[in-house]
Design a protein around this ligand. Structure first.
Ligand code: AMP
Ligand code: GLY
Length: 423
């Protein structure tokens, strides 16, 4: 099969690595890809939002399967366009990707179908939001409705901060049109867990659990980022929690989407909080997480392409997902200053140290090939993943492997997976 992956981050590198392992794969293209993906796929310089060019390319190369990794093209309807051009595509159509594309939609869906989540109100008017805040309890959570690179959530400690937040999201449009609507949500406390799943419209099969570290600095301080590291599985995601989520969250979400005429095929990523009152949904994503994919996919024993095809064909029920009985940790190597401002273009040394090392992966995120070699080209540069027989071993292995690569500006958190010591 000829495969086209759409995206350019560490997640897409992990997807490409899994696709490369499949017996069914003859050739992989990636648009636009990055330097690491370029070692296993042919990168084509087409942006993820250039739908006409992407469909034309897929037709010209007679692509058998398109895999859309990123949220923007999914929410924008790339799957619909590919299908209209007769190209098999893995991912939700536009009317289903709204599960991620509109937080107001997903909150209303959860309310209508009694799926546990934080109490909330939706607003499309800043004054009404300000009035509501006058009587609210703090801290409180503000969420821009649309996609905002994972940065559209503000946790506000008092009324003043919350009003400033409403102003920046709804009036100053800090996140552009994503802030046309606003969700104001009850603040919850508890451990966060990510559960990714394959969905074929009616059947859902969950993957092993993971946990992200969203803040930039050690000790969960600093600004929210796209994700500074992950570990899998989460020791806090117990059999009891799993049983509850299956009954009250996972299947009900798939059924709710079908009942709304928005059949969901692809990946649903459940961002969960394990609260004192039980697990609740923090957010849905319509794609693999980044960097969750970098710890989940390397542990998957199934042929990923076969599972994706089963989703497209509505045959997921026949698939049994299997994961290795081990653990993985991913530490993101970023450019100092991320997520605010940082320099790019530094040569990365030592990438070859990963060659032939079983159980170690260096997934590229922001990298670029130049005449001088592979250079840094983004805030998140690399995701270093290592496996181990348990989380402690995986963490020690991952941190050891972070020393194998060097670039000026290299920055990482030193406490990825530290929470497992408390488990
Ligand atoms: P989201 O993009 O909705 O996952 O939000 C980003 C992060 O904000 C989450 O991973 C949580 O750490 C935090 N967050 C979101 N909603 C809430 C909430 N209702 N209560 C507490 N923290 C939240
Ligand atoms: N790591 C969180 C996300 O991909 O949204």
């Amino acid at each position: 099969m000829k495969i086209l992956i759409v995206g350019s981050g560490g997640r897409e590198h992990a997807i490409a690595a899994s696709a490369a392992k499949s017996d069914r794969t003859e050739k992989i293209y990636c648009a636009p890809g990055n330097a690491g993906i370029g070692q296993i796929a042919e990168c084509v310089p087409i942006g993820a939002m250039e739908f006409d060019k992407l469909t034309a390319f897929a037709k010209e190369k007679e692509i058998d399967l398109v895999i859309v990794g990123m949220d923007d093209p999914l929410v924008g309807g790339l799957v619909d366009e590919m299908e209209a051009a007769g190209i098999r595509t893995f991912g939700p159509r536009k009317n289903a990707a709204i599960l991620e594309g509109s937080k107001a939609f997903s909150k209303d869906l959860m309310k209508k179908y009694h799926i546990p989540t934080a109490a909330y109100e939706n607003f499309d008017n800043a004054q009404a939001a300000m009035d509501y805040l006058e009587k609210a309890k703090f801290p409180i959570v503000l969420k821009a409705d649309g996609l905002a690179l994972g940065k559209g959530v503000l946790i506000c400690g008092d009324l003043e901060e919350a009003k400033a937040g409403v102003k920046s999201i709804m009036l100053d449009k800090q996140f552009g049109t994503a802030g046309n609507k606003l969700v104001i949500e009850e603040f919850m406390t508890g451990r966060e867990v990510s559960v990714l799943s394959f969905v074929d419209g009616k059947t859902i099969k969950t993957m092993t659990s993971a946990q992200d570290h969203k803040r930039a600095l050690d000790g969960d301080k600093g600004l929210n980022t796209g994700g500074m590291g992950t570990f899998s599985p989460s020791p806090f995601y117990t059999a009891e929690v799993d049983a509850f989520c299956r009954e009250h969250i996972f299947q009900p979400t798939v059924d709710a989407m079908a009942a709304e005429g928005r059949e969901f095929k692809g990946i649903i990523f459940f961002g969960l909080m394990l609260t004192e009152d039980g697990p609740k949904v923090l957010e849905y994503n319509a794609r693999f997480g980044d960097p969750e994919a970098q710890v989940v996919l390397p542990r998957m024993e199934n042929d990923m392409i076969e599972v994706m095809e089963a989703c497209i064909d509505g045959k997921l029920e026949q698939v049994e997902l299997r994961f290795e009985d081990n653990a993985a940790v991913c530490v993101v190597l970023a450019s100092e200053g991320y997520p605010v401002s940082y320099e790019k273009g530094y040569v990365i040394r030592g990438l070859e140290n990963f060659d032939g090392r079983e159980g170690y992966y260096c997934f590229h995120a922001g990298t670029k090939r130049t005449e001088e070699g592979i250079v840094t080209n983004g805030g998140r540069v690399l995701g270093v993943t290592a496996k181990g027989s348990d989380l402690k071993e995986a963490r020690a292995n991952a941190y050891r492997a972070t020393e194998w690569v060097e670039f000026e500006n290299k920055y990482m958190r030193h406490d990825i997976g530290k929470a497992i010591d408390e488990a």
